[in-house]
Design a protein. Structure first.
Length: 231
């Protein structure tokens, strides 16, 4: 069986060596890069199943690298390693396309668990695809390919954006609780994930703004509701 390939971008040589060595011991094929530019080059030239990125990288930081990766691949899990524990940094990371954070110092056991969870999720068939094309006001949401279209434009969503929009669509006849969305999309209702959900909701509103009949209503402290008014 072909080994799972992981891109690890970490500028601390000691930590990079330890993480790479232990992941290899677990049976993974790991490519280690020491800066964002070399990480971007490796991702462009090779195929990976998971990216583990430090935030503070030379030449191109982890946020910029994550955005570059997301522009090429909406599905690959991205896990940030960071010494920072600030809310704004986490929100910026989620906005850049991150799936989760591990704050330094961390245990290797925690890293292994996160890696296995993300790889297990990425191997599962995507439920979104089974819904086909959905009509949302003047938009068509091609849930199989994460494309949101109207007569004038087409936007390719990230897998997180597509999954959140799918949850809103499936529960469009009622208010869906924040906790329900978090558990369905992330499998957890952590506080910082809740803040990142707000970022994704804001992005979805921007994507849908050309049709004033489509609104994502925020019910403060409760959740959200996708409303499409009749013309």
């Amino acid at each position: 069986m072909e080994r799972i390939k992981i891109l690890l971008v970490e500028d601390d040589p000691n930590l990079g060596f330890v993480v790479k060595d232990n992941l290899i011991t677990k049976g993974y094929d790991v490519t280690l890069c020491s800066n964002g530019e070399s990480g971007e080059k490796e991702f462009s030239e090779n195929s990976f199943q998971l990216c583990i990125l430090d935030v503070m990288l030379p030449k191109k930081d982890g946020f910029a690298l994550a955005r570059s990766i997301r522009s090429k691949n909406n599905d690959i899990p991205i896990l940030f390693l960071t010494a920072k524990n600030m809310t704004d940094d986490k929100l910026e990371g989620f906005g850049a396309g991150a799936d989760d954070y591990i704050t330094k110092p961390f245990s290797l056991e925690e890293l292994f668990c996160r890696v296995e969870v993300f790889l297990k999720r990425s191997r599962q068939p995507k439920e979104t695809g089974a819904l086909g094309t959905l009509s949302i006001g003047k938009y068509n949401f091609d849930s199989s390919n994460f494309k949101l279209k109207n007569h004038a434009s087409e936007k390719t969503l990230t897998s997180r954006e597509a999954e959140i929009l799918k949850q809103l669509y499936l529960h469009r006849d009622r208010v869906i609780k924040r906790e329900e969305i978090l558990m369905a999309v992330w499998g957890d209702d952590d506080y910082f994930l809740g803040r990142s959900l707000d970022v994704f909701i804001s992005k979805l509103r921007k994507y849908l703004k050309d049709d004033p009949s489509v609104q994502i209503i925020n019910y403060h402290g409760v959740g959200f509701k996708l409303e499409v008014s009749s013309n």
